[in-house]
Every structure is written in structure tokens, then in C-alpha cells.
Write a protein that binds this ligand. Structure first.
Ligand code: SAM
Length: 196
């Protein structure tokens, strides 16, 4: 018997539903959370639902279209008041967000349905990851979907794995989860929990 009725979690097709599974477990009413790549706003909407009216979400994207799409999605769901939308790079996160975060979510790559040449880049992604770890509360999580299957994504994946693999094990619990029966280069999930 499967008890969770959320469709995208019941079908664990790829890393995004896996990410949502963790977000649903860690983020609750009153939490603070960040969507570092809001794109079409699906992750932001989930975070805003989970944090409730007493929590707060900060959502970043460099593209005006992404900020607009996310704003529209939140408005339709009646959740606009819970989210600060920031059109800017996630590498500026520490300037906007307090160090009270329960979860910081990255869904790397390009915006589905948008301009595929606008992608996250290894250097700025790594700068944002470093800041994110500073901004998490103890036991808070950085949840990232990584796409090694395109040129810049492959370099991003290499940089993330080299950096994350060297994090102090007493300070951070670092996990990599990928589907064994998926094609080479398929997206996968990285979870970094700050030690409690
Ligand atoms: N989470 C989104 C959703 O639920 O629809 C999907 C995100 S999409 C895969 C990746 C997004 O990252 C794109 O919208 C892109 O514009 C954005 N992006 C690229 N570089 C960025 C940066 N430096 N800071 C913030 N967002 C960035």
C-alpha cells in the first residue's frame, strides 16, 4: 500500500520527485527555504505550500520569464505572499537570505520550455553551493538535481563532485543518488545535510 497521494512522489521517475520526497520530509510550517533556480516555479510552489503562512521562501532566477512564470504560478495558488522573488544569480544568495534555512533547492540546467542556451554554469553554481551550506540550519539540506548529459552540465557535475567529495564528513553528510537503470548522462540527485 502506498500512502503518499502526491502523484510526482508515487512515481519516482528521475531525481526531481526524489528531491520532493526529501523536501516533504524536512520542510514544514514555519520553515525558511530557498529555490535557487525557480524556472517555471514548480519547486517554489511546493516549498511555499510546505513552509505555510508562517514560513518564508526566497526564489532566484536570472531570467525575467522565469520570475514571471513563477510569480504567475504562485498567484494562481494563492501563495504569492509567502515568497520573495529575486531576479538575480543564486551566487548572490548570501546578500538576500538569512542563515535560517531548512532547505535550499537547485534544479540545474535550462528552463523547460525556455531558452536552452541559458543554463546554470559551473563557477556560479559552485559559489552558490558554498553559500548555501553557510545559510543552512543544523540538519538542513541542500537538494540538487544535476544534469551531466550536456557540455556545460558535464563540467558542472565534475566540479560539484570534486568539491562535495572533499567536504568534512563530521560537518556534512553528502549523498549522491542516481538511477541505475537509466541512460549514461541521465540526471541524478545530490543531497548535502549539514550535521546537526
Ligand atoms: N526549479 C524549476 C522549476 O520548478 O520549474 C526548474 C529550474 S530550470 C531546470 C533551471 C533554471 O536555472 C533556469 O530557469 C535558469 O534560468 C536558471 N539559472 C541559470 N543560471 C542561474 C543563476 N546563476 N542563478 C539563478 N538561476 C539561474
Amino acid at each position: 500500500m502506498i500512502f503518499d497521494t502526491d502523484a510526482d512522489i508515487v512515481a519516482l521517475r528521475g531525481p526531481v520527485p526524489l528531491s520532493h520526497l526529501f523536501l516533504r520530509r524536512f520542510v514544514g510550517p514555519g520553515s525558511n527555504a530557498v529555490d535557487a533556480t525557480c524556472g517555471n516555479g514548480h519547486d517554489t510552489r511546493l516549498l511555499a505550500e510546505l513552509t505555510g503562512a508562517s514560513g518564508r521562501v526566497w526564489a532566484f532566477d536570472i531570467q525575467e520569464e522565469a520570475i514571471r512564470a513563477t510569480g504567475d504560478r504562485l498567484a494562481q495558488a494563492g501563495l504569492s505572499g509567502r515568497v520573495s522573488l529575486i531576479q538575480g544569480g543564486h551566487e548572490t544568495m548570501a546578500e538576500h537570505v538569512p542563515a535560517t534555512q531548512t532547505a535550499i533547492v537547485f534544479n540545474l540546467g535550462y528552463r523547460p520550455g525556455g531558452n536552452r542556451s541559458i543554463v546554470t554554469l559551473p563557477e556560479t553554481t559552485l559559489a552558490a553551493f558554498r553559500q548555501a551550506l553557510q545559510l543552512l540550519l543544523p540538519a538542513g539540506i541542500l537538494a540538487a538535481t544535476v544534469y551531466p548529459g550536456h557540455a556545460s552540465g558535464a563540467r558542472e557535475h565534475d566540479m560539484i563532485e570534486t568539491w562535495a567529495g572533499q567536504l568534512e564528513p563530521q560537518a556534512f553528510h553528502v549523498w549522491r543518488m542516481g538511477q541505475l537503470n537509466a541512460a549514461t548522462g541521465a540526471p541524478y540527485f545530490i543531497l548535502i545535510q549539514k550535521a546537526g
